[in-house]
Design a protein around this ligand. Sequence first.
Ligand code: NDP
Length: 270
Amino acid sequence: MGNKLSGKVAVVTGGNRGIGRAIAERLAAEEAVVVVGDVSGEPTTSKSSASELIFLQLDVTNQESVRSFVDKVLQRFGKIDILVNNAGIVVHKSIDEQTVEDWDRMMAVNLRGPFLMAKYVAPEMRRTGSGAIVNIGSVEAFMVNPWHTAYAASKAGVHGLTLGLAVDLGPDGIRCNTVCPGWIDTDLNRAYVEMHPDRSLIERELGQLHPVGRIGCPKEVANAVLWLASEESSFVSGEMIAVDGARTRKISLPPILDEEYRAKLSKLTV
Ligand code: NDP
């Protein structure tokens, strides 16, 4: 598809499925060697003429697992140019139902994971004098769905981590940015849609929350990640970039005052 990342080595966490998988494939299509680290799945390699996609075991919450994963990548490829911190989970519970274990698990995957990965990858980027870290945050660091207190707190933490890494690692030639997806069609939130008896109705209503008239797909997040990982964004660091079809830019009005706009949107989402 292109050669924007020719000669680069990229690591993508949680890349077995969903957004992470789309990111891994997009970076590989630009000729990067991509190592996916995920908790499940067997270690494999798939190689085409220009790209290489490798799967290795990784639990981002576990310091030893992160250290050993980074060592394996370095032994095999000698460097890491791009780190995409994508692995994430969500627990959908009210504050009363949420347990301390739920809170700790979410913080461990969503926030300690990116911290540990950056901690072990940054010295290697510093050694080569350049690097790009792209975190997957969420628009839920700005606006929150009900029963997502811990998720929103973890993603707000990722945004803080992004600012800190951009400032601390900038002098070493390392940039750090965050892509904040809106509603993207993956297993992570498909459960919401499936909870509802009228699936097509809920899909239509979800689409209409977005000024572009639809929800997003993993490839659209991957395209933003590619830009932030490549030299095309060489002066961009410490930014949170929403990929959400302008959902978080629209102020809600009572439906009665919004009829004309909704009618226009419904033509896009039938
Ligand atoms: P998925 O649930 O589809 O995929 C998440 C991936 O992360 C899975 O492959 C999962 O592995 C892996 N993973 C989970 N825990 C760990 C761990 N401890 N170590 C390594 N890998 C792990 O999610 P999405 O693709 O939807 O989400 C990807 C990212 O995007 C997340 O950070 C999420 O918060 C964020 N996001 C998603 C949105 C959406 O609408 N989908 C919206 C905003 C943000 P396994 O298959 O074994 O569970």
